[in-house]
Design a protein around this ligand. Structure first.
Ligand SMILES: C[S@@+](CC[C@H](N)C(=O)[O-])C[C@H]1O[C@@H](n2cnc3c(N)ncnc32)[C@H](O)[C@@H]1O
Length: 320
């Protein structure tokens, strides 16, 4: 595979490894290798006994990981939601930290061939894992108006979801929608310009929604948080960087529920204090990038790091 020269600058580059690595001899997971910005920083914090196992579902990212010649490091080509099963295959049952830097990487967005961006014309693909699954073009060709509307509303928070879905359905009857430009033009013609978002292309929200749908990003995130919780040793850290409110909400609610599992119980239940479920995570924290980092790397502006420390309480079978 020919690797193209696209760079990815890690965000919250000091804060995330500092929060994550508390035991330099420990076993750590980077669920989103990308181009290894964070992986390299995590390795710097580990001792010679430490170990870092990275995941990425993108074959190009996995190929890029070959550049890291460090015997403490290995990479697995799999979705991070499957980390528990994948780690079991190599005999790893417990870890000391799990890091996720959710979303797409700059190399994915900036390569027209990947079809993530309406800024370039390219095939309408949008799969992070180019070796499997349905492309955006395939999804658009088959989804009915109801399904498209739901996806645009839920994952794009698009006000004109129905209008966009109808326009796409009408256009594809005339000609299959196969490129990013075709799709962006259909949306731009169909949707009124939102006065508040004049700086934003009208297709922004729809592209985001289709990407989340094609890659099942929110399901992946929910499952990965559960998997991480069940894998972490006491005092182990789960640290997650997200870039938009949909993801951040999932992470925030997960940590809230795991920090205070009693909040999910019916308050009318006659439970004694010692019968209350114990916290699964403690010391939840939220970190935003500094003004300096935002100026230096504009991509960092919407990022949020949340992390918390696993307690000794056993992970519940049904999850959080
Ligand atoms: C924002 S980038 C990570 C960048 C990385 N931290 C760095 O510094 O280079 C996100 C990466 O995670 C990968 N990814 C996203 N969702 C994934 C999932 N569910 N399973 C595995 N990898 C995923 C993407 O393919 C992408 O390479």
């Amino acid at each position: 595979m020919q690797l193209k020269e696209f760079k990815h600058q890690p965000v919250l580059a000091k804060e995330s490894p500092d929060a994550l690595v508390t035991q330099p001899d420990g076993v750590y997971i980077d669920g989103t290798f990308g181009r290894g910005g964070h992986s390299r920083l995590i390795l710097e914090k580990l001792s010679s006994k430490g170990r870092l196992i990275a995941f990425d579902r993108d074959p190009q990212a996995v190929e890029a990981a070959r550049e890291i010649a460090d015997e403490r490091f290995s990479i697995i080509h799999a979705p991070f939601a499957q980390m528990k099963e994948e780690l079991a295959k190599i005999g790893v049952e417990r870890v000391d930290g799990v890091f996720l830097d959710i979303g797409v990487s700059s190399p994915q967005i900036d390569d027209p061939e990947r079809g993530f961006s309406f800024r370039f014309d390219g095939p309408l693909d949008m799969r992070m894992d180019t070796s499997s699954g349905q492309t955006a073009a395939e999804w658009i060709a088959k989804a009915d108006v109801g399904e498209m509307t739901r996806v645009f509303k839920e994952y794009g928070e698009e006000k004109f979801a129905t209008k966009a879905a109808r326009a796409i359905a009408a256009a594809r009857d005339a000609k299959p929608i196969e490129t990013t430009k075709q799709l962006a033009d259909i949306i731009a013609q169909a949707l009124p310009r939102n006065k508040k978002d004049l700086g934003q292309h009208p297709a922004t929200r729809i592209f985001q929604a289709i990407r989340i749908q094609v890659n099942q990003e929110l399901t992946q995130l929910r499952e990965a948080l559960e998997a991480a919780g069940s894998l972490l040793n006491p005092e182990g850290v789960l640290a997650v960087i997200s870039f938009h409110s949909l993801e951040d909400r999932i992470v925030k609610r997960f940590f809230e529920a795991a920090h205070n599992p009693a909040s999910k119980l019916d308050p009318r239940l006659p439970l004694l204090p010692e019968q209350m479920p114990a916290p699964l995570f403690e010391r939840p924290k939220r970190v935003l990038p500094s003004k300096e980092e935002c100026e230096e790397n504009p991509r960092t502006r919407s990022s949020v790091l949340r992390f918390a420390v696993r307690t000794e309480a056993p992970w519940p079978e049904g999850g959080v």
